[in-house]
Design a protein around this ligand. Structure first.
Ligand SMILES: Nc1ncnc2c1ncn2[C@@H]1O[C@H](COP(=O)(O)OP(=O)(O)OP(=O)(O)O)[C@@H](O)[C@H]1O
Length: 264
């Protein structure tokens, strides 16, 4: 999907032969009987999962790339690797620009601190000056539009929607060149989703790059100008969102065996 006009300066993200394997140690026979029979010794086996297999693609600035695929396809794993949270087992990732992430898991908020305190900490981590923090925190808080005095309550008292709204607001106000979003809008209500979509459109009008992992196929159609369908860790198809989504839905309807990629 690289066009002839691609230049190094256009390039936002380049993923080359990326593979990610998880290794987890599990107990061989976790039942009480099994354990007693081995007199308390716990035999461990190592289970490996190849979550992403030899994936290569690149994305230019100004692209809104949707990533779709079934549960367990490797979408979140790939996004976490691009965010620099997971090291590649094989391959390499180039990222050109300032990245801001909005991930379903592992958003760096401290539940014992209030929303306002978390926003301030986020600003400090970004290296903002106290004046900048003051001005931007107001903007972030206004955008999140939490009820009443919620912003001054510990975040552990937030509903998942409130948490998601503040996380989204922080991520988009970090002035990212590249915004990585993983299902983060699923918790927000319809009104906030509309506002968040408008904000993401605004970022992409400023030639920022967005990679959006979602099961919300309509949102991908509405927002993205490029799409990757991952299946069992591999890229099944890449191209126009409407075409990729149609093929993916056909695949879901007919099942893996009956599906042919001839016309993909
Ligand atoms: N921390 C982990 N340790 C071991 N295996 C993992 C871990 N995280 C994910 N996996 C496995 O890697 C594979 C890909 O998972 P991943 O979360 O990337 O899929 P996904 O496409 O984002 O799925 P979903 O749509 O359900 O969010 C799955 O088989 C999953 O069980």
């Amino acid at each position: 999907m690289q066009s002839a006009s691609d230049t190094a300066t256009d390039l936002a993200v380049k993923v080359e032969h990326l593979s990610i394997t998880y290794r987890t140690t599990i107990e061989k026979n976790p039942t009480l009987k099994g354990r007693l029979m081995r007199l308390g010794r716990r035999e461990k086996v190592v289970r490996t999962v190849e979550a992403v297999k030899d994936v290569s693609f690149s994305v230019n600035h100004g692209t809104v790339l949707g990533v779709i695929g079934m549960n367990g396809a490797g979408k979140s794993t790939m996004l976490r690797a691009i965010a620099g949270i997971l090291p590649p087992t094989k391959g390499r990732i180039e990222v050109h620009g300032k990245v801001s992430t909005l991930l379903a898991l592992g958003v760096g908020f401290n539940g014992n601190l209030s929303g306002r305190e978390n926003v301030t900490l986020g600003g400090l981590a970004q290296g903002w000056s106290p004046d900048e923090i003051k001005a931007r925190a107001e903007e972030i808080i206004r955008f999140a539009d939490l009820e009443d005095d919620a912003i001054d309550r510990p975040m552990k008292t937030y509903s998942s929607g409130m948490y998601g709204r503040l996380a989204f607001s922080v991520a988009v106000h970090m002035d990212p060149d590249i915004l990585l979003v993983d299902e983060a809008l699923s918790a927000g209500d319809a009104r906030f989703k509309k506002k968040a979509t408008a904000k993401m459109k605004q970022l992409c009008d400023q030639a920022r790059t967005i990679i959006l992992v979602s099961h919300g196929l309509q949102s991908i159609k509405d927002m993205c100008n490029d799409c990757i369908w991952l299946h069992k860790g591999r890229i099944m198809e890449r191209g126009q969102p409407s075409k990729v989504i149609d093929d993916y839905m056909r695949f879901l309807d007919v099942g893996e065996e009956a599906f042919t990629l001839e016309d993909v």
